[in-house]
Write a protein that binds this ligand. Structure first.
Ligand code: FES
Length: 198
């Protein structure tokens, strides 16, 4: 079997051309963010044209913040934990990688999108847990393991936007706010109720 030597990366750009292709050396255990950083250091396209470095968002680099979410080879996911050898098809000595921004959010630049509408929707449904402040919220009520298990699954949502991107009901003709906004009150309102005085 041929040892992979390079990664052919197609990136949907917002400027100056719609698509640009880059070739970078393959490094074992590379992920999508490290590949983007290789391109950032030397933004020259596969046909030798000097271009602008691609823009993307990332913060935690451990699949916690959700800011690096993008479409990777046709599927939406976090770029920071997308290992090239796991997600890319190997053709000869080359891994093929295609990167696009999420389509359900306004593109700021290249792979960087504005996810504000999702956070604005969380405010609309008051999806937060009140904390002790000027008054005592009282003791939490016991809850069954089965219910807690279900609520815990919802509480792990990191508001990355994956679910909006994948959901066909979220589109420009619909006012549907998407799963992230609907799921959050299931945890927060429940937590709120669980803290009501008995
Ligand atoms: S950088 Fe935070 S989830 Fe990828």
């Amino acid at each position: 079997m041929t040892e992979p030597a390079k990664i052919a990366v197609r990136i949907e750009r917002s400027h100056p051309d719609r698509w640009e292709e880059f070739h970078v050396d393959y490094r074992p255990n590379a992920n999508v963010i490290s590949v983007l950083m290789q391109i950032q250091r030397n933004p020259v396209t596969a046909d030798g044209k000097k271009t602008t470095p691609p823009a993307w968002d990332a913060a935690c680099l451990e699949e916690v913040c959700g800011s690096c979410t993008m479409n990777i080879n046709g599927s939406v996911r976090q770029a920071c934990t997308a290992l090239i050898e796991n997600i890319c098809e190997l053709k000869g000595d080359t891994y093929e990688l295609c990167l696009e921004p999420m389509k359900k959010f306004p593109v700021v630049r290249d792979l960087l999108v504005d996810r504000s509408k999702m956070f604005d929707n969380l405010k609309k449904v008051k999806a937060w847990v009140p904390i002790d402040g000027s008054y005592d919220l009282g003791m939490a009520q016991p809850q069954s393991d089965a219910v807690r298990h279900l609520r815990y699954a919802f509480s792990r949502c990191m508001t990355c936007g994956c679910c909006l991107e994948a959901c066909p009901q979220v589109n420009e003709r619909s006012t549907f706010v998407g799963p992230a906004t609907l799921a959050r009150p299931l945890t927060t309102s429940t937590l709120l109720r669980s803290r009501m005085p008995r």
